[in-house]
Design a protein around this ligand. Sequence first.
Ligand code: IPD
Ligand code: CA
Ligand code: CA
Length: 275
Amino acid sequence: MPAPDPLLLATAIDAVQKAGAIQMAHFGRPMRIDKKGTIDLVTEVDVAVERMFRALVAERFPDHQVLGEELQEDDRLRAAAPGYCWVFDPIDGTTNFAHGLPIFCASLGLELDGEAIVAAVYDPTRRELYTAERGEGARLNGERLAVSKANDVLNSLLCTGFPYTVHESGEELIGLFGHFIGRSRAVRRLGSAALDLCYVAAGRLDGFYESTLKPWDTCAGALIVEEAGGRVTQWNGQRYQSRHGHLLATNGLIHDEMRAMLTDYRAQRAANRTV
Ligand code: IPD
Ligand code: CA
Ligand code: CA
């Protein structure tokens, strides 16, 4: 595949950096916070950032589609669409953001016929810009990224997250968390899936898994991991695309071991339920 048009990455960078400026203008200050569910928050800043993003794409690429978390009018684009589609999370880590905890970012991936080809994630509190283009590698503030070299789970730093349905149906995921804690160096829960993926790409984490993720959580980060030399699949080992909810991203070396642990734990639970 030829390298993507440089204007695409430039636009992605522009969008996430503008998002970061809006986020920082409000971070730590009083803001309107609404609830989308029992524990699922949306702030006025999420909405303001997404409006900026939609206006930017409409101005530069009026024939491209967009998929954003907060202002999506229907579910049509939840299935990968043909052509170009910009997939945007205005604040990934909204709970952290609303509580004044500086672990959040804006995440933007561009898909062509359902395949991510360009990605930009910006963490404004650390001024870290993660970027990738399909076939061209991944970068942090312009420097090439590479995944870690840890080659077993026992010596790995892992990360996960929990969906907003965790109160209602979190038992298996919480059990799985314990399963990995007992078999790895440690498991973190940072609260921003996009940054979790960037940290796998940067070698700060060795592996990350989560279920029920949305396209805007992973579209950019999954490409960044792959372009840093890592591996991203569904939990069952099949190819990952942003519409698949269950994601496993690793440095590649611990992928099969983590996947076996996911499978074994779930099989064990299912067997225990039937006895
Ligand atoms: C959430 C974060 C969190 C993950 C949740 C996501 P949001 O996104 O990425 O780490 O565990 O599954 O929904 O709501 O902050 O954009
Ligand atoms: Ca998100
Ligand atoms: Ca969000």
